[in-house]
Design a protein around this ligand. Structure first.
Ligand code: NAD
Length: 517
């Protein structure tokens, strides 16, 4: 095996669904309710959503949709839990006790690791190799934020004289009720990235999981109850975005929203928030690029890029969809990339060896197939054809990967397609590659591939993206912000850094003058 062929796509091992997951989903024959004020509640709308395994279309569970009444009840419960009812509210809990509860929750998640893996693999359609890495982020996130939270300065800053008879100081406090609106592609990771810093900063939270993947958040709610979180501190509200999500965005008790999802929905929620004086942070989609310089080994780099292109079948926000390769190595690079894409093993996500599983739902499937047709109509030359795929014995939403050759004046993939879908554009210089990479309104993740690290860093600094990488992609590390530029992000400082914690607080200036006379 050569160095290049050792680089494989993320691959599934055989996954057996644990009985505890099945029992959780069955819920004694009742639909799973939301989790509000420490209780599992059905929706007053009497509506429920079937959550399915996208690779087999088996209905895993029926989940109640939370209506206006439940959203209001959850916001009120969170508000009460924040303030406390004559007893200590969550805002008054010492940081040490908050951290103890977080770590207790982490331990319970680890005890029930196989159930949470089943949520990712069966409900989210994910391969075990990726799901296991995602699961590890629960502890990593909790430990990182517990390590920095004690330094978060809540309360008064130092007083200082601001006028002859006047003192001034700042006062930092949690928002109160904070909502996290989560997409379907990384449910456990994104719930953790929201939940731990928001709670540690002293807020009580509403979690709105995506309609396609509500199970992990509901299971985490169950574990939070067992860990001993006071009622109302953590609430989970499953339902459709345009109903449950919209009710959350319009609720006056919700003071801050952390949204992760598509730019269009993020823009819509921001407008709603603005009407109600609610603040918001947004982490949104991308159309990631990679620049391959002429000194790169085409076979090795093509396979590395292929692996990133197919992370969660391209349903990863910062995934590479646009590749710009120096024309001196373009032929060899294209051959190697075509081999990688065509060699992906399409299959059921819980079967050993699968590299490309089903996409999350029928809407995504039809969007992706349309985008493939549009790429060709706009002038992309198919290198790997795309189109629907079949997997024997399974009824899931399967699609073939798609790879196109394009040229600098042909923009055949302007929008995020969210599949193993990429274009390769041969370029005459690094400057041309950079200009094309930066021509997108998105700005989430980009990388440059070269043996000359210094040249790589110089180029990486010029990307118009929140994450710029040299010889790697899809990177995250606690302490470095993960955020988007352009339509991919903001406002807010991004996730996983010190400022994430301060995003979950607000600051005011207080002036105190001597009493006149
Ligand atoms: P989406 O925008 O359709 O939905 C995200 C969430 O918003 C869901 O929970 C949905 O129910 C909710 N929602 C929808 N309409 C709403 C409304 N009117 N009011 C309130 N909530 C509403 O996104 P998706 O399809 O679930 O996820 C994929 C998108 O997420 C992609 O664009 C991907 O790139 C992006 N994403 C970004 C990051 C990041 O960190 N930047 C991470 C993961 C995913």
């Amino acid at each position: 095996m050569s160095v290049a062929t050792e680089i494989q796509s993320i691959t599934a091992r055989q996954f057996e669904t644990p009985a505890k997951f099945t029992q959780f989903c069955e819920n004694g024959g009742q639909p799973l309710g939301g989790y509000i004020n420490g209780e599992h509640v059905s929706g007053a709308m009497n509506a429920s959503i079937d959550t399915v395994d996208p690779g087999s279309l088996e209905v895993l569970a029926r989940v109640c949709e939370m209506g206006q009444e439940q959203v209001d009840a959850a916001a009120e419960a969170a508000h009460r839990a924040f303030l406390g009812n004559g007893v200590s509210g969550w805002r008054d809990f010492p940081m040490e006790e908050r951290c103890e509860l977080m770590m207790k929750l982490v331990e319970l998640c680890e005890r029930d690791r196989d159930v949470l893996l089943a949520c990712e693999i069966r409900d989210g359609g994910k391969l075990s190799e990726l799901a296991e890495g995602d699961f590890d982020q629960i502890r990593a996130t909790a430990e990182y934020f517990c390590s920095i939270a004690p330094q978060l300065i809540l309360g008064d800053s130092g007083h200082r004289a601001v006028a002859a008879d006047t003192q001034g100081f700042t006062y930092r406090e949690p928002w109160g009720v904070v909502a996290g609106i989560i997409p379907w592609n990384y449910p456990i990771v994104l719930t953790s990235w929201f939940m731990f810093p928001a709670l540690l900063a002293g807020n009580c939270i509403l979690i709105k999981p995506a309609e396609d993947t509500p199970l992990s958040a509901l299971y985490i709610a169950k574990l939070a109850e067992e860990a001993g979180f006071p009622p109302g501190v953590i609430n989970v509200l499953p339902g459709r975005g345009e109903l449950t999500g919209q009710f959350i965005a319009e609720n006056p008790l919700v003071r801050y929203i952390s949204f992760t999802g598509s730019p269009g929905v993020g823009q819509h929620i921001l407008r709603t928030c603005d009407r109600h004086g609610t603040r918001m942070k947004r982490e949104m989609g991308g159309n990631g690029s990679a620049i391959v310089l002429d000194d790169a080994d085409p076979a090795i780099v093509a396979r590395k890029i292929g692996r990133h292109t197919n992370q969660h079948f391209g349903q990863t926000c910062c995934t590479i969809h646009r590749i710009f390769v120096d024309q001196k190595i373009a032929d060899d690079f294209i051959d190697a990339q075509r081999d990688f894409f065509s060699g992906l093993k399409i299959g059921y996500q819980a079967d050993a060896g699968t590299q490309l599983g089903a996409v999350i739902n029928a809407t995504q499937r039809s969007r992706i197939l349309t985008a493939q047709q549009q790429a060709t109509a706009r002038g992309g030359q198919p290198l790997v054809e795309g189109g629907p795929a079949e997997v024997a014995g399974k009824e899931g939403y399967y699609i073939r990967p798609a790879l196109y050759q394009t040229q600098p004046d042909v923009a055949c993939n302007p929008d995020e397609v969210f599949h193993c879908f990429a274009t390769i554009c041969p370029v005459s210089s690094a400057d041309q590659a950079l200009q094309l990479a930066n021509s997108s309104p998105y700005g989430l993740g980009a990388s440059v591939w070269t043996k000359d690290t210094q040249r790589g860093i110089a180029l990486a600094k010029q990307f118009r993206d929140g994450t710029a990488q040299v010889n790697c992609h899809n990177m995250i590390a606690y302490g470095l912000p993960y955020s988007g530029q352009g339509i991919s992000g903001g406002p807010g400082a991004g996730v996983n850094c010190e400022e994430t914690l301060t995003d979950y607080t607000q600051v005011k200036a207080v002036y105190v003058a001597d009493y006149p006379g």
